[in-house]
Design a protein around this ligand. Sequence first.
Ligand code: NDP
Length: 251
Amino acid sequence: MTMNGTTALDGKVALVTGGSRGIGAATALRLAEDGADVVVTYQGGAEAAEEVAAKITAMGRTGWALRADSADPQAVRDAVTAVAERFGRLDILVNNAGVGVLGPIGELTDADADRVLEVNVRAPFLFAQAASAHLAEGGRIVTIGSCIAKRVAFPGATLYATSKAALIGLTKALARELGPRGITANLVHPGPIDTDMNPAGGPSADFQRELTALGRFGAGAEVAAAVAYLVGEDGRYVTGAELAVDGGFAA
Ligand code: NDP
């Protein structure tokens, strides 16, 4: 908050995919705290998504929960169109929605492969494609990758690691393609973050703690802070970059 009461993202409109829970919800709330109106997408968690939207509205911004299954290309396109129609602009896209399907390679099915690649890879591409028609100079795309994209520290991650590593190429290509329009694209790699997907009390939690330098799980808000930096004015010269928020998992 500045001295005259405005905040860094005042007047901006952000779309956070998978904003009903976990890292996405924390990011949506942080961007609203920084001044943005925020739309969150979700697939099944309508109630949780509405709660996030209500919290944003209670902060004096506009919050909107929009059902859009990332696995459905038309739903993705419709979501972006709906945001542009309602607000007349789109400034920030956070590609966060993701699924974690782990298991021995011999047990992973075609349906698993489709699901992980559709939600974790195709959707970020489609959201970026649709958003690029609306983003203006100063626009921002941040995608949530994973520390697993850089260091696959345990077995069972063939699909998940493939999907997250693909986002490195997507981010660099977006940076090159949209840079001339003054739009940045970056990738944030969270380490173990305490969410429904990866609870700090889960069966592999202690093992994951040991893989970090700091010896602990992170919080969604700690990832959200990195996103806030990248989408804010201070992040304007950062593009095509990967930022690890992983407690030293990759160190
Ligand atoms: P959660 O499982 O806690 O939340 C996932 C969010 O994504 C929910 O809002 C969920 O919506 C949404 N979502 C899932 N599938 C779809 C879909 N098909 N369409 C639309 N929305 C969907 O996950 P996290 O917060 O932990 O993870 C967020 C991102 O961070 C993911 O990309 C994940 O891979 C990444 N990540 C997480 C780490 C961790 O340790 N937690 C570590 C590294 C990366 P709904 O409520 O409707 O199901």
